[in-house]
Write a protein that binds this ligand. Structure first.
Ligand SMILES: NC(=O)c1ccc[n+]([C@@H]2O[C@H](COP(=O)([O-])OP(=O)(O)OC[C@H]3O[C@@H](n4cnc5c(N)ncnc54)[C@H](OP(=O)(O)O)[C@@H]3O)[C@@H](O)[C@H]2O)c1
Length: 301
């Protein structure tokens, strides 16, 4: 590894959040920078909502190439971008800002990309899966919004089920309207909802079920959450975006039934790739060494 990796010409990026201490992005990006011997740095930036715009302008003025944006700034990041990717526009949320040389800001939402890339890395043929049946998303928060948009783009029929039913209805209606606005001549998106106490009854008709809630997460509202998968067909793919623990009880139960599963850590790693490429100019690998490094960082917490 180069002795003087960070020089006065270093390429700079960071993650803006409030709080930002929980973010694994600095660990991940600096790991890739060191591994590729790139003259660059990626820093955590704790920014309160009322100074978000000032902070972004300050980063631009200081020569930063861009930033990731996390809670609570994803809508503000959408608003500050001069141009946003179609899927970010439909989701109404941005997590990756790229500062262009002409002073404009480009925004994208890479969570959905990361989710799909992780399914593919796990050997799942996503296009074939979309033809097999609907995807059921458990949850209707920020992660569900990005993942649902990318699943719609892949041709899935998307069903939401959420503890707070109005939030699921609201998200389905909002995505439906945004999709029709963006693709006025295209097919209407296939979106619906099912009651939180009824989704297990739908399992036999599904191709994919995704947990996007914090259920099953260590330290979350119900770490021992284990739904009843007895109605699942043998071709159901079960995925969980919770990554602590890496194998949730939901995934464990699915594996015990012989179902194909996909965990949450890969999504976290893949969603970082487009930003790294834009800011530091290099492709990244999501391989076992990267996953092991991030697992070690998680274990130290
Ligand atoms: N792998 C990754 O890269 C990645 C990326 C983003 C997020 N995540 C994980 O995804 C999870 C959700 O993140 P988010 O940003 O979408 O959060 P969010 O916007 O706060 O949404 C949280 C969701 O969890 C549901 N929920 C919370 N407690 C519940 C309970 N006791 N019973 C039933 N539902 C409950 C909420 O339902 P209500 O609407 O009823 O409150 C809501 O649908 C977190 O665990 C986060 O760590 C992973």
């Amino acid at each position: 590894m180069s002795e003087f990796r960070i020089t006065g010409k270093a390429k700079l990026a960071g993650v803006i959040g409030h709080p930002v201490t929980h973010s694994l992005s600095p660990v991940l990006h600096n790991y890739w920078l060191a591994r590729k011997e790139i003259d660059g740095a990626y820093v955590p930036l704790s920014v309160a909502p009322d100074v978000f715009v000032t902070a972004v302008k300050g980063l631009q003025a200081s020569g930063f190439r861009g930033a990731n944006v996390t809670i609570p700034h994803k809508e503000a990041a959408f608003a500050i971008a001069d141009e946003v990717d179609p899927m970010a526009r439909i989701a109404g949320s941005v997590n990756t800002l790229v500062f262009r040389e002409d002073g404009t800001i480009h925004g994208s939402s890479t969570d959905g990309f990361g989710y799909i890339a992780n399914l593919e890395a796990d050997g799942i043929d996503v296009t074939a899966l979309a033809n097999r049946g609907p995807a059921l998303l458990l949850g209707a928060g920020g992660a569900a919004r990005s993942i649902a948009t990318s699943l719609l783009e892949k041709g899935f029929q998307v069903i939401f089920s959420n503890r707070t039913a109005e939030r699921a209805d609201g998200l389905a209606n909002e995505l439906d309207a945004a999709w029709r606005r963006h693709f006025p001549k295209g097919d209407a998106p296939r979106l619906s909802t099912v009651a939180w106490d009824k989704w297990e009854e739908q399992l036999s008709e599904l191709a994919l079920v995704v947990n996007t809630t914090s259920l099953g997460m260590q330290g979350g509202p119900a770490p021992d959450w284990t739904p009843d998968l007895s109605r699942a067909s043998s071709h159901l793919v079960v995925s969980d975006i919770v990554y602590v623990p890496q194998e949730t009880l939901f995934l464990k139960a699915a594996k015990e039934r012989g179902l194909t599963t996909s965990g949450g850590l890969g999504m976290l790693l893949h969603q970082a790739r487009p930003g790294f490429k834009a800011w530091f100019g290099a492709d990244t690998e999501v391989d076992e060494a990267t996953a092991a490094y991030i697992r070690a960082a998680l274990n130290k917490r």
